[in-house]
Design a protein around this ligand. Structure first.
Ligand code: NAD
Length: 339
């Protein structure tokens, strides 16, 4: 029996998670909830998805000639798990609704950690999400941080992590967001919330992050410094990174910008040009004794998608082990197979 999944909120994350669910051998996408009959609804219709909406919005959809399959409540009656991909802080307002229908729910990183029983990253704490009813998949930046921290932790105990995060200002479609000029300290006084969010998953890690926002829509870039308990070599670090799922190495002589990276993903036919992996520049890896530094890119629109799929498997106990779920997810989405 396949796990039946619904997606509430068909925006940047919701549409990608809906597509990814439809690629899984053990899941069925029942439908998606749209609140407005806008261009993203048109994309859902053209993709042949079942559209649901809020009861009070039904008439607006009918007036536009868009067939609606039912209400959010109808969708909840037909699924085992709902992936909430509504805007930040809106998801929390739905928690009671999901509870009333006794449905398992996944929330996204824009929600406060207390929206769920556990904040989740597939590599780091899959086990903690086993059988849970409410799980929060951490944000794009936090997901990127956790994957690399996981990889480096394979080399030995991490004494500290210091990070500098260059954040994209907005996603491509977000025409009202900025900045369109200038670089904004986010926030001026460290730590940025990313370090705190990492600590919701790895409680005892000594981590501080600084962040700035720059006028781009393509991707984030992180530069991290690790202090380890033992000296390591560059080869050990590169092996640890390349042997970790969802981390891809590129060479700076091949490409050295997020623009070239995103274009390459489009050239190679990635769905919507999406990059689900952390892209680590191998030449950025600098090792001096027990100090390791490196730089990588995070495609903000895509990186959390495989984590949502693994969260579904953990909560429904489709797979008891992280590596089993990650393998199915990664094969189905072509992860680490395109570059
Ligand atoms: P989005 O604005 O692109 O999509 C949200 C969707 O929810 C839209 O389709 C919107 O119409 C719909 N919506 C709004 N109010 C609703 C309501 N009351 N009920 C149902 N649907 C409603 O947002 P997004 O970027 O996809 O972000 C969703 C979540 O994912 C947020 O928590 C965000 O922080 C997180 N996230 C976003 C990114 C990113 O880069 N965009 C990356 C990682 C995590």
């Amino acid at each position: 029996m396949k796990v039946r999944v619904g997606v509430n909120g068909y925006g940047t994350i919701g549409k990608r998670v809906a597509w990814a669910v439809s690629q899984q051998p053990d899941m069925e996408l029942v439908g998606v909830v749209k609140t407005k009959p806008n261009w993203e609804t048109l994309s859902a219709v053209k993709r042949g998805l079942r559209i649901y909406t809020l009861r009070e919005n039904m008439r607006e959809f009918h007036a536009r000639g868009i067939e609606v399959h039912g209400t959010l409540e109808d969708l909840l009656n037909s699924v085992d798990v709902v992936v909430d991909a509504t805007p930040g802080d809106v998801g929390a307002t739905y928690r009671k609704v999901y509870e009333n229908f006794a449905r398992k729910a996944i929330f996204q990183g824009g929600e406060e950690p207390n929206v769920a029983e556990v904040s989740f990253n597939a590599l780091v704490n899959y086990d903690e999400a086993l059988g849970k009813n409410y799980v929060r998949v951490v944000s794009c930046n936090t997901t990127g941080l956790l994957r690399v921290i996981y990889a480096i932790s394979k080399l030995g105990k991490i004494k500290s992590v210091r990070g500098f995060i260059v954040r994209r200002a907005a996603d491509l479609k977000e025409v009202k967001k900025g900045p369109v000029e200038g670089i904004v300290l986010d926030p001026p006084k460290p730590p940025s919330h990313h370090a705190l969010d990492v600590n919701t998953v790895i409680k005892d890690l000594n981590i501080v992050t600084y962040a700035v926002v720059v006028p781009t829509t393509l991707a984030h870039i992180h530069t991290l410094q690790f202090m380890l308990e033992r000296p390591v070599t560059s080869d050990e670090v590169l092996d640890a990174l390349s042997n970790t799922p969802r981390i891809l190495l590129v060479n700076g002589s091949l490409l050295k910008s997020t623009a070239e990276l995103r274009e390459l993903a489009r050239d190679l036919g990635r769905p919507q040009g999406d990059i689900f992996e952390n892209i680590v520049w191998s030449d950025s890896v600098l090792v001096r004794g027990s100090e390791v530094m490196l730089t990588y890119a995070v495609h903000q629109e895509a990186i959390v998608v495989p984590e949502n799929i693994d969260a579904i498997r953990a909560m429904t106990r489709l797979k008891e082990k992280a590596e089993e779920s990650i393998k199915i997810t990664d094969e189905s989405l072509g992860i680490k197979r395109w570059l």
